[in-house]
Write a protein that binds this ligand. Sequence first.
Ligand code: ADP
Ligand code: MG
Length: 345
Amino acid sequence: MEEKKEIRQISELGEFGLIDHLTSDLKTINEDIVKSVGDDAAVYDCGEMCNLITTDLLVEGVHFNLIYTPLKHLGYKAVAVNLSDLYAMNAKPKYITVSIAISNKFSVNAIEDLYSGIKLACQRYNVDLIGGDTTSSLSGLFINITAIGEAKKEDIVYRGGASKNELICVSGDLGAAYLGLQLLEREKKMFLSDTSIQPKLDGYEYIVERQLKPEPRRDIINRLKEAGIKPTSMIDISDGLSSELIHLCKNSNLGCKVFEDKIPINPQSSAASEMFRLDPSLPAMNGGEDYELLFTVPIDKKEDIEKMEDVTIIGYMCDEKEGKTFVPRNGQELELKAQGWNPLD
Ligand code: ADP
Ligand code: MG
């Protein structure tokens, strides 16, 4: 008799647990694969260069709400988040494909707006749109972009390359995209309760822009290159700093120590946190979608990094046995946990 298979709920595993569960038994067939599942992009060897591939799916109602997301911004963001994954591997984006599923509630003009954002991002980041797929959807808009880039094998940076005592660095500032989303959600609720109310976003333009129109950090990659610094490990911050730190630690078999007073937070994020009665460190550590770069460098690069515009040292890597530690301003150390939003919750 066939044994009855126990039904398991996805929530038991979470997003990363599910990916592990589905992919841990994969064995690569093609010998040119340098990196399969498990980093910001997959890598395969093409001789002189390596190609890198990453893909991201955006779903209406899950990743975006069209009440406050202009389609042009959505198109731009859909490209930006993919390019961010390629920069996080220290690669140069070259091509994208765009697949969309649309319902008949969208006009040609609306899809043109979406594409104007996609094309703008392509132009700005020197990327060619080389294909895709178009189909219908019964439940809202889906956008799936695949981005392809290239890099010399020796230039590629993985999540797992960090060593003990190396410095943990982050670009830009953190938490703004999450706070921008909270603000837009609040204004949406006000608008739906009374459509004569116009959104009040004055003074919060920065955090709203960080949510609606993130920029992948090509500038940081270029700055590091100019300074002759190759990060030892790197990841982009899409699910929150805590979650990404845990990925770097896990992949590098290390622990880490990060300091609350070093986490870069924009003044608008601090003001918005106060308005929402949140400790500003919470969105910075656990809010998603900042698309900043988190990377490690050897300690002898400290002075060069300190001089670098828009890059902050927030802590260091340590032995795995020492664990992953968050040091708050009051000095009472806490274990770092990824409470960040889980898209499968
Ligand atoms: P990122 O946040 O950088 O986009 P993800 O957390 O989405 O990365 O994915 C982590 C890794 O798991 C990546 O290597 C990705 O390609 C892989 N992955 C995600 N979903 C699937 C899936 N359904 N099947 C196979 N691999 C997947
Ligand atoms: Mg990523």
